[in-house]
Each structure stands twice: as structure tokens, then as C-alpha cells.
Design a binder for this molecule. Sequence first.
Ligand code: ATP
Length: 321
Amino acid sequence: MVMMDDPFDLLRPTTVTVRVSAKVNLALGVGSLAPDGFHPLATVFEAIGIYDEVTVTRREGSRITLTVSGADADQVPTDETNLAWRAVELVREEFASGWGQRGHGIDIHIDKSIPVAGGMAGGSADAAGALMAAAALCRATDSPEELQPLAAQLGSDVPFCLTGGVALGRGRGDRLAPVICRGRHCWVFATSNQGLSTPAVYRRFDELGGNPGGEAVSNDLISALTRGDLDAVAASLSNDLQAAAIDLRPELEQVLTVGREAGALAAVVSGSGPTCAFLVRDTAGAKKVSAAVSNLPQVHRTRTARGPAVGAQLLPGPVGS
Ligand code: ATP
């Protein structure tokens, strides 16, 4: 008979699924390149209702495997370079004693809906999901607050992907403060056939002279969000990386123009791009903008989504899992 340290080991769940949302930056203020190689940021994130689902399954042994399904799955790495893999490794190191007798082999599966390399924090969202799922599986914690320090080690956007909602991010975007947001926002996103590398966009931002004013977010935006004034929110959207993304992909300019002409309240490049984000008044407005921009050859797909969405959430598992 095998003696178990933990008599409840066999009762632990073996599979946990976490749903994670994409993000858009309502404002992205970028400062000058610092000696540590990073640009200081002042940004307002909004979580958007486009979701990946990350399932983490525990099994015998010590290997990690990773599979991906869904749109654009073939563009996602399935090795240790995937941020979800790194999140699971971090949880195993941090909570080494929490795995019990049945080993700490882990199968990760990502069901992907968030555009890949689209400036919508897809990899960061998966890291947040894997972090929460693995920590829940070894019964360490499933609290987003407690997981924040580990999330910040994985990437600048990962802490926000855990908490969701609307938040002001400073530092590298990982020092978060919640922002009160009244009302909901209806968005259309136009993805491109080919992603843009975030480091390449930052390099071009520097080459174009950076932003001598330094990183900042306008008080008008925060105030408009707090009042729930949609037109004022639209008037305050901004992105310091937009010029660099358009310099690398001039065809994005036309996507933004066509969306505005079709009635979008505002049109911005999402984060480092190349996804273009259109804030619209309602579902009818979303249909018009979506129809107009989806005719453009440089647009791969359009997606409609609402924000703000919640952060990483444990999904109820099947009975006996
Ligand atoms: P951000 O908005 O945070 O700058 P992004 O949304 O533009 O990121 P990602 O979808 O995170 O970009 O993909 C950027 C690169 O990261 C991809 O080209 C891919 O090689 C790599 N990557 C690592 N893990 C993942 C993941 N889980 N999902 C997607 N891409 C990943």
C-alpha cells in the first residue's frame, strides 16, 4: 500500500479552466527609453469581452505539454516560449510543496479567441489564466491580488489581465489602480493578416523621436469614464504608439479613416497594433463600422465586443474533475 502524506490528495481536482479577456488601451502614454531598456508607461486599460480559455490538467510525472485550438492556433508557440508555459513553471517553483503525491506533470490547453500579436495582450491573458489555474490546482491561491507579484514577473500586461475591469497602469503598466467606469462600451476590432512585433513598434517609436512630453494620461479621460460620458471618452482616446505602428504599416491609416467615416465615435490603433479599435454608440453602429472596414483587403477579420469585462475567472469544472 502506498502511504500518502496528504490523505485528501485523491480528492483534489485534476483539471482547472480559467477564462481570460483581451484588453484595449483607452490611453497609452509612453515615456523615453530608460536605462533598464523599458519605456515608462501611463496607460488606461479596459478588459474586453473576447476570451481565451486556459485549461491546466495535472498528471503523473514532471513534464509540461501545451496544445492550442481555435482561430490562429497555428501562430501560437507550443513550447517553453509560450507565456502560459512559463506561468506554470513559475507556479511549480513557487509552490513546490503544493502538488501532493501524484506528481506535478501538467498539460496546458489554450482555446484561443484573442487575436495573436494583435496588441490585445493575448499571450499575457494566457499567462494570467495559466497562473491562476495552476495555483488553484495546487491549492495555493486563486486570488488575483495574491498572484500579482508572480504576474508582474511574467510580463507587464499580465497583472491587468488577472484583475480586468478598467485600470490605470504605471511603471511598465504593472502598477495598477482601479478606475471607476460608468456604463459599458461597444467596440469593433479589425485585425490584420499579419501581426506586429511589440518590440519593433517601440523601436520605431524611439526612431521617430519618442515623446518629449513623457508618459501621461489625460484627466479628461478618467473624468469621462467616471461620469459615464461616452462622447467625452471617445474624444479622449489616445495612443502614443499609433504613429509608430502606422509608420510600419501605412495601410492602417485607411482602416482608421474608413471606420470613422462609417460612424465610429473614435478610432485608434490598439496598443502596439496592428489591430484597430473602434468605439461605437451601439450594436447598430457596430454593424455599420464592421461592414465598412471588413471590405478592406488589409483587414483580416472584424470582431464586436463589449467592455469593460472581468479579469481571469475560474470556470466551474465538470463533476469529478
Ligand atoms: P501585447 O498586446 O501584450 O503587446 P500582443 O497581443 O500584441 O501582445 P501576443 O498575442 O501576446 O501579442 O503575441 C505576441 C507573440 O508572443 C506571438 O507572436 C507569439 O510568438 C508569442 N506568444 C507567447 N505566448 C503566447 C500565447 N499564449 N498566445 C499568443 N502568442 C504567444
